[in-house]
Design a protein around this ligand. Structure first.
Ligand SMILES: [Fe+2]
Length: 212
């Protein structure tokens, strides 16, 4: 994968949201890129004042870095909306495919996609930053924290394997679930009287709204 600066910033934003922090080694592992290449890219972003390092090499976006990440997220998510809602790609294909397309999305095209589709959230439930880069709130509660009923809001780390798994068990934004059990590795949920086992690593990146 040949990542551009804006891709790195978007991943740092996403991973920080999903896991609370991003580290160089974690970024290299998740993106399947040599750590030396990630370090080079991050040094470049650091020189441009888009990121700073905190204790134990934790990567933090600066205000300017966050702004660039949100610009990239806007284009990426609107490309996903176009690919899924208009061109008919599947839920788990559109994230990967939008990686190339998003770089051709100009501000004018972004506004046109918004106008035609009316989309406010990407197919995976995450709010799309508006043209002023204002972004809606994502609930803080993850599926892992739930003890009873909940409604899926979004998948904050849009990894192909996670999306494929959720597609295979038909868990999408607005799906209602009841958490019925938990072990060290899995969460057990009930969806329309069907029992589904979800790996902890996947449950961790799913945000939900609690229902009563
Ligand atoms: Fe998405």
């Amino acid at each position: 994968m040949n990542l551009r600066e804006e891709d790195y910033l978007r991943y740092i934003y996403e991973l920080s949201l999903a896991y609370g922090a991003t580290h160089t080694s974690q970024l290299a592992k998740i993106l399947n890129i040599a750590q030396s290449s990630v370090v080079d890219a991050l040094d470049h972003l650091n020189k441009k004042h888009y990121i700073v390092y905190e204790k134990r090499f934790q990567i933090i976006l600066t205000d300017e870095g966050r702004k660039e990440a949100l610009k990239s997220i806007r284009k990426h998510e609107l490309a996903e909306v176009l690919l899924m809602n208009v061109l008919g790609l599947s839920w788990d294909e559109c994230d990967d495919e939008s990686m190339l397309m998003e770089h051709g999305i100009t501000d004018k095209i972004a506004i046109a996609i918004e106008r035609i589709t009316g989309a406010k959230r990407c197919p995976h439930g995450n709010p799309i930053p508006d043209k002023n880069l204002v972004i809606g709130k994502i609930p803080d509660t993850s599926l892992l924290d739930v003890t009873g009923s909940c409604i899926i809001f979004s998948v904050v780390y849009e990894d192909k394997h996670i999306l494929q798994f959720l597609n295979s068990v038909s868990i999408f934004p607005d799906t209602s679930l009841i958490v019925t059990g938990k072990s060290d590795n899995h969460l057990v949920v009930d969806k329309d009287n069907v029992e589904i086992t979800i790996p902890i690593e996947i449950a961790k990146v799913i945000r939900v709204t609690q229902s009563i």
